[in-house]
Design a protein around this ligand. Structure first.
Ligand SMILES: [Zn+2]
Length: 135
């Protein structure tokens, strides 16, 4: 199976889609997540250990067919981790039900700069519970 292509999604597209149950947002920033907050409901898989954690990502994203990656700007780490996942799925026989691999344009910084909801909980797998307070 050839590695699938990675597409980009804008913040406003993601905001309108992210309540759908089939989407997982994957934050691959490293330490910044703990200082700067994160997109409500996102999963955290730091880029420096990403390759080793792909199996746990697939497990955490069980039931999701669309994974949206981002880092601070989505220029280096986000696209790189998205490609690593695409390569991993291409090499394994099971695509884990993942149909779309996307990267959030402008990353977390662009998301926050546009005034979109930011959560400051400390959970690795954010449940998005503070989202309403921000809107
Ligand atoms: Zn949170």
């Amino acid at each position: 199976m050839a590695a699938r292509s990675i597409t980009y999604i804008t913040g406003s597209q993601l905001l309108s889609l992210k309540r759908l149950p089939n989407i997982a947002i994957v934050d691959v920033r490293d330490d910044e997540r703990s200082y700067d907050g994160h997109i409500a409901g996102s999963l955290h898989f730091a880029s420096d250990t990403f390759r080793d954690k792909i199996p746990s990502l697939i497990q955490a994203a069980n039931g999701k067919d669309t994974l949206v990656f981002h880092c601070a700007l989505s220029q280096v780490r986000g696209p790189k981790c998205a490609r690593r996942l695409a390569e991993y799925l291409a090499e394994s026989k099971d695509d884990a039900g993942i149909k779309n691999i996307m990267v959030l344009e402008r990353g977390f910084n662009g998301w926050e700069a546009s005034g979109r909801p930011v959560c400051r909980c400390t959970e690795v797998f954010c449940k998005g519970h503070t989202e309403q307070a921000q809107q």
